[in-house]
Design a protein around this ligand. Structure first.
Ligand SMILES: NC(=O)c1ccc[n+]([C@@H]2O[C@H](COP(=O)([O-])OP(=O)(O)OC[C@H]3O[C@@H](n4cnc5c(N)ncnc54)[C@H](OP(=O)(O)O)[C@@H]3O)[C@@H](O)[C@H]2O)c1
Length: 245
């Protein structure tokens, strides 16, 4: 662990109730970080916090709710308010893997609303604190879908291209001001993602089983920790991680 950053760092992880976000919370707690686990599913967050102990604070917030995100620090105990690291991980592809005309405009827009606007909102809510302390680290969960489009992914692919552009530009905005911006771009990860997309657990398992190999959520969590552990003069700009078989 890079003590200089983590000693003061409280890490906010969005999308902490499942998959990659949950794995990030577990790993960071193991590494002695203090973690705010943010998502909508209160029972799952509470279960996680009960398991991980007092260094994990569960925070029920919907990232599409502008007011809740803007005011989130007020919901935190004093000891969790100085957030030094933000992991923008909340995201979904509900209704995805269909041609554009086959999904509703509302579904497509909700993907953008969560994956892109949610990330922008959370970052905006926390950036002032980082700037005033002159240090911070923002880790955005992109995807290889943000590098190379695939058919049936219009909204999701657009959302991850946006995360790519946002991450690249944010890094330029704050160069030299103590704020690092890392983008993690995974390939296929076995998580709650396919079930969320398809609305059916069996179909989700069949989807993952149709690939020779998937990443595990823990593999992606390891890459986030790697980005956080670098010395202050090193910034992991992009980290692409894919399964091999
Ligand atoms: N799985 C993959 O193959 C893959 C590949 C590349 C990138 N990614 C990216 O990795 C990230 C995590 O996905 P995952 O695979 O771990 O999927 P997951 O298991 O479905 O987890 C998604 C998380 O996002 C949260 N979330 C969704 N909408 C939210 C909202 N409006 N407000 C707050 N939290 C919200 C969910 O919690 P609640 O429902 O409790 O709110 C859940 O904790 C996403 O950004 C995804 O695009 C995934």
């Amino acid at each position: 662990m890079n003590k200089s950053e983590s000693e003061q760092a409280v890490v906010l992880v969005s999308g902490a109730s499942s998959g990659i976000g949950e794995a990030i919370c577990r790993l960071l707690i193991e590494q002695d970080y203090r973690v705010i686990a943010l998502a909508r599913n209160q029972p799952r967050l509470q279960q996680l916090a009960d398991e991980l102990g007092a260094d994990c604070f569960p925070l029920v917030v919907d990232v599409t709710d502008a007011r809740a995100v803007a005011n989130l620090r007020q919901e935190l105990p004093e000891s969790f308010r100085d957030i030094g690291v933000l992991v923008n991980n909340a995201g979904h592809d509900t209704g995805g893997r269909r041609n554009f005309d086959e999904g509703s405009a509302e579904q497509w827009c909700d993907i953008i609303e969560t994956n892109v606007q949610g990330t922008i909102r959370l970052t905006h809510a926390l950036i002032d604190g980082m700037l005033s302390r002159g240090s911070g680290h923002i880790v955005n969960l992109g995807s290889i879908a943000g590098l190379k489009p695939y058919a049936t992914g219009t909204a999701y692919v657009s959302s991850k291209f946006a995360i790519h552009g946002f991450s690249e530009t944010l890094r330029l905005d704050y160069a030299g001001r103590g704020i690092r911006v890392s983008e993690i771009l995974p390939g296929l990860v076995r998580s709650g993602f396919a079930q969320q997309r398809l609305g059916d657990e069996r179909q989700a398992q069949d989807f993952y089983d149709s690939f020779e190999q998937c990443l595990q959520a823990e593999d992606v969590a390891d890459t986030v920790l790697y980005a956080l552990q670098q010395p202050r003069h090193v910034e992991i700009a992009q980290l692409v991680v894919i399964p091999v078989f």
